[in-house]
Design a protein around this ligand. Structure first.
Ligand SMILES: Cc1cc2nc3c(=O)[nH]c(=O)nc-3n(C[C@H](O)[C@H](O)[C@H](O)COP(=O)(O)OP(=O)(O)OC[C@H]3O[C@@H](n4cnc5c(N)ncnc54)[C@H](O)[C@@H]3O)c2cc1C
Length: 466
């Protein structure tokens, strides 16, 4: 399919980013047509700016021509956020990949948005520091994607999510105007907090071109615990018990019976009690002196909930094995059930037991297999609804089951997404969760930032009010 860009616009874009910075060929554009949502939308062109000034140039051209601009990092997003759903120009940050400064004394780093999370992690490790938000996609996802989605990983139990680790941003508005928000300090209360508004805005309000990230010291030591229960409800009660009292672990993950079966069959050599129907993985961290005491203390707290076994991993190697098997769950499921729906709902931890019980009922009554695992310490569970492409009635059943999952989560005072965001996959559901006044205000904020609706149009909101 030919690019739908007018020749004059194409020329202006090539002037903005240089001829080798503009991809027009169908095969080149194809590489930017998908993300982890499984959907495909071919952009009209892909711009590869290497400087913030070039990003501004692309925005100016597109703003004037009223062409959609879709900011894009590594394309690992799960909700279609980096896809050109209304056509337009994908603005890739892959050449904006410089770590501009690491300031150990101020515990901050200044980076461009295309820096890959795992590369930043390696660079910071040399200073004994790290940037705590750590999605499981660390090896490929970018900091820009993390900021836009407010991403997080297992350690969010202790450290929180992306928004807790950003001091300031430099962004470009839809017309290319540069704006700096926040700054270099860990305290600051002057004016509205626009940094926090921009984090999690999914590329719909502005393009991030630079970020000042707050850093933490790498803990000296970690210990991993494996706790096996005879049923899911008991495991969920244990999570609420541990999170409700005492120092929280740095990670607390949950696997239901189907996820546990995947883990057992993964060939990773993870041994756990054969009668176990639910697994918790926990991690504690601290100084070398204190970490064993912390691990044993947590084990004692978990024993109250009568697990079949509660084991502290003896070696670093064993810990690594457990965590890599946990991280392999999502890709394994994608391989086994390519058309699964992967939700990332959240409930208060005290309602986890009600959530897992409710999910079991929904699976039984709808006939849709559900596999659940995830960040239990935050009440954030990946609920995977498996579809059978061979069964034509299955699609309808899955939509019905999903509807019931969302109703259940909202009844339990939860939220529809803890980390994947809305994008195009959940935009039809957000009105169920958001207060009508808050939703109306959000659409007005979008208009104020982007009156021509060129920045990532068609994302987040069910209907855009002009
Ligand atoms: C195997 C796997 C595991 C994952 N695990 C996790 C997990 O543990 N936790 C989690 O939170 N997520 C997880 N994800 C989802 C995904 O990795 C994150 O959302 C990640 O932050 C996306 O980064 P990206 O660079 O791929 O962004 P993309 O997918 O390219 O884009 C995501 C969004 O960010 C916007 N964007 C990108 N760059 C900019 C910018 N510079 N300015 C403005 N907007 C921008 C895009 O427009 C889009 O809306 C996982 C995905 C996979 C495939």
């Amino acid at each position: 399919m030919a690019s739908e860009l007018e020749p004059a616009v194409r020329e202006a874009l090539a002037n903005a980013v240089g001829a080798d910075g503009l991809l027009i060929g169908a095969a080149q554009r194809e590489a930017y047509a998908r993300d982890n949502s499984g959907r495909r939308f071919l952009p009209w062109a892909v711009a590869l700016p290497a400087t913030a000034e070039q990003v501004a140039g692309v925005l100016r051209v597109c703003h004037q021509a009223a062409i959609p601009v879709i900011p894009r990092g590594a394309g690992t997003g799960c909700v279609g956020g980096g896809l050109a759903v209304q056509g337009g120009v994908v603005l890739s940050t892959q050449r904006l990949n410089r770590i501009l400064a690491v300031e150990p004394a101020d515990r901050l780093a200044v980076v461009e948005p295309g820096v890959v999370h795992g590369e930043l992690k390696e660079r910071l490790a040399a200073h004994g520091l790290f940037w705590p938000p750590e999605p499981s996609s660390s090896r490929s996802c970018t900091i820009g994607g993390n900021l836009a989605m407010c991403s997080a990983g297992p350690n969010a139990v202790r450290y929180g999510v992306t928004r807790h680790w950003v001091l300031g941003l430099t962004v470009l508005l839809a017309d290319g105007t540069r704006m700096r928000v926040g700054g270099y300090t860990t305290k600051g209360v002057v004016g509205y907090d626009l940094t926090q508004l921009l984090i999690g805005s999914e590329g719909t309000l502005a393009v991030v071109v630079e970020a000042i990230l707050k850093l933490a010291p790498v803990p000296e030591a970690r210990r991993t615990l494996r706790i096996v229960f005879r049923d899911m409800e008991q495991a969920a009660l244990a999570v609420a018990g541990v999170m409700g009292r005492g120092e929280p672990p740095s990670a607390l993950e949950f696997l239901d019976p189907a996820a546990l079966a995947l883990l057992r069959g993964s060939g990773a050599g993870i041994e756990c009690h054969p009668e176990g129907q639910a697994l918790l993985l926990a991690e504690v961290e601290g100084t070398l002196e204190e970490v064993d005491r912390k691990a044993n203390g947590l084990r004692e707290r978990l024993l109250v909930f009568d697990p079949l076994e509660a084991v502290v991993a003896v070696s670093e190697q064993e810990s690594k094995k457990i965590w890599s098997a946990r991280y392999a769950l999502s890709p394994t499921l994608t391989r086994l059930a390519p058309r699964r729906i992967n939700e990332d709902v959240v409930v208060p931890v005290s309602r986890l037991a009600a959530l897992v019980a409710g999910l079991a009922v929904i699976a039984k009554e709808t006939g849709v297999p559900i596999v659940s695992f995830g960040h239990a310490g935050n009440g954030n569970i990946h609920v995977n609804l498996l579809t059978d492409p061979a069964d034509p009635t299955q699609e309808r059943k899955v939509v019905g089951a999903l509807d019931r999952v969302f109703d259940l989560v909202l009844q339990l005072n939860g939220t529809l997404s803890g980390e994947h965001g809305v994008g195009i996959m959940k935009r039809d559901y957000i009105a169920r969760e958001l207060d009508p006044g808050a939703l109306a205000l959000q659409t007005r904020i979008k208009q104020l930032f982007d009156p021509r609706n060129i920045l990532n149009p068609g994302k987040i909101f069910p209907v855009l009010h002009h």
